[in-house]
Design a protein around this ligand. Structure first.
Ligand code: GLN
Length: 256
């Protein structure tokens, strides 16, 4: 009997919890008003913009999105997916916006609308620390290049060096591991993840010469009225210092 009671209590608890956890588009706020939920599509394999800390997705994009949500009076729910699913998810309306260290490109502009740019980045080349052969992008001709599938590193190196030279991985970290194991000669990836991966993995170096320069922005379904709202919120965050505060929490500019 006692056991039955306990089971009921546990089950009731589970039900309450799952009801709360599976709220739909609306969720309650403290003042009793309903808040609309914005679904953010990302690929949480891209430190320091989005990555897991335990069960939680943290990083510059995650925090910026939360602050933008606060300004718009909306709750942000992050959905982690493969990088090359982010734009399709946003383009088809499965997610309300994408925040994924996403570079603005002309081709992507045909599929989604972009916010104002919020961060200038570069594609960097990582090689083994003792590699004396590859010192600049030109030296990549005929070499095996590891990239994360669907990224600008993938797109541009395929254009420049040919499909057969490029080896694609689901995660940037997997490309870096392939480099350590000698399966590829170089990895092309965005500057900040490059720094994180080289710090965390021995025997690698980043070349001084950049491969490309590019700019990050949030993306939206074409003609979404969120674009202007997010641009206004971004402007506010830049003006009130919150933007710089978030970036410098994750990127140590003294070390640049
Ligand atoms: N900036 C690169 C791109 O947009 C990579 C982004 C990522 O891997 N999250 O393609």
């Amino acid at each position: 009997m006692k056991l039955k009671k306990l089971m009921c209590a546990v089950l009731a608890g589970v039900c309450v919890f799952s009801l709360a956890a599976c709220g739909n588009k609306e969720s309650g706020s403290k003042d009793g008003e309903k808040k609309e939920t914005l679904v953010m599509a990302t690929n949480a394999e891209f430190p320091p913009f989005e990555y897991y800390e335990g069960q939680e997705i943290v990083g510059i994009d995650a925090e910026l999105a939360e602050e933008i949500g606060k300004i718009l009076g909306m709750e942000v729910k992050i959905e982690d997916m493969a990088f090359d699913s982010v734009i399709p998810a946003v383009g088809t309306g499965k997610a309300d916006f994408g925040a994924a260290g996403l570079t603005i490109t002309e081709d992507r502009k045909t599929q989604v609308d972009f916010s104002d740019e919020y961060y200038t980045s570069k594609q960097k080349i990582i090689v083994k620390a003792d590699n004396a052969e590859i010192a600049s992008p030109d030296d990549l001709k005929g070499k095996k290049i590891g990239v994360q599938q669907g990224t600008t590193g993938d797109i541009y190196s395929t254009d420049d060096f040919g499909d057969e030279s490029v080896q694609r991985f689901n995660k940037g970290m997997e490309a870096v591991q392939a480099l350590q194991q000698g399966k590829v000669d170089a990895v092309i990836i965005d500057e900040q993840p490059a720094k994180t991966f080289v710090e965390e993995n021995e025997g690698l170096k980043i070349l001084e010469t950049d491969y490309t320069e590019e700019a990050y922005a949030f993306c939206f379904k074409k003609d979404s009225d969120l674009v202007d709202k997010v641009n206004d919120a971004l402007k506010q965050l830049k003006e009130n210092g919150k933007f710089d505060e978030i970036v410098s929490k994750y990127i140590n500019s003294d070390a640049e």
